[in-house]
Design a protein around this ligand. Sequence first.
Ligand SMILES: NC(=O)c1ccc[n+]([C@@H]2O[C@H](COP(=O)([O-])OP(=O)(O)OC[C@H]3O[C@@H](n4cnc5c(N)ncnc54)[C@H](OP(=O)(O)O)[C@@H]3O)[C@@H](O)[C@H]2O)c1
Length: 278
Amino acid sequence: MAVLLTGGTGQTGLALARLLHAANYPLLITSRRGVAPEPYKAVKFEWADHSTFENPFKADAHIDRAYLVPPSDADPYEHMKPFIDLAVSKGVKRFVFVSASQAEKDSPIYGKVHEYLADIGVEYTILRPTWFIENLGTFDVHIIRGHDEFTSVTGKGRIPLVGVEDIAKAAFDALVAERSPNTDYILIGPELWSYDEVADLLAEVLGRKITHRQITNEEQIARFKFWMSEDHAIMLNGGEQRVAAGSEEALVGHPKAIVGKAKLRDYVEANKHLWIKA
Ligand SMILES: NC(=O)c1ccc[n+]([C@@H]2O[C@H](COP(=O)([O-])OP(=O)(O)OC[C@H]3O[C@@H](n4cnc5c(N)ncnc54)[C@H](OP(=O)(O)O)[C@@H]3O)[C@@H](O)[C@H]2O)c1
């Protein structure tokens, strides 16, 4: 047995690699540069370049499980379907796909991959996390450090913010379980936060005023487009609009919810250095 981690150099991927490594499961990471932190092995892989899809299987003939992190700069289904088909032909029997809380099976973008995995008779788990705690230290880190603010269109909506380690744990469990769950799970954290409340917590811990600024949908889409394709940016902005209408608050108590342990205050206190001005 060996586990292939696409997106293995990312936040959830690396946390998953640590869990697999600690439990002595062989693993291989994909990355556009073909490099991963020690002690992991990596191969070059680019979702938009299908000629790289064979690389993992040339490097390790024992790969039989795969963790799938979709591309954010292209249509996931267009690239993931051919990769899933190839992986199945190479002996991969189990897939764990990171989707998003609001992406129902058969919805556009992530939902099409969910539907495909559910329909082709492989072992599968779809992880549908809500917004990550760690976004404050990644997507929002520069604007908080430089401008003492962060932006959204989420209004007063509250989110059960989830931690990356908890997503990795859910992926680990699904990958190594004797029986594959063959279903989707909603991944949430233990506490509800509005972004105004998050700003107040940051201000308290950092000792300076931090503001959560409401911006227009157009402004937020333009901001997201620095990191991702226009389709993804529109999808993410739509997700934030639904937060304002209560979508994430409604996930608390969801029958398919896995509730993680990570808490926002612990993360902010442990990572204070990220937002200290130079
Ligand atoms: N952040 C949130 O609040 C949130 C909420 C719900 C769902 N999600 C979803 O959660 C998933 C996992 O996120 P994450 O934070 O673990 O990811 P991440 O830290 O953003 O890392 C993305 C990974 O994908 C790889 N990658 C990016 N573009 C690629 C491409 N074109 N071809 C091949 N590999 C590529 C990167 O590897 P290299 O750079 O080494 O190539 C990296 O390892 C994402 O799909 C995201 O949409 C996020």
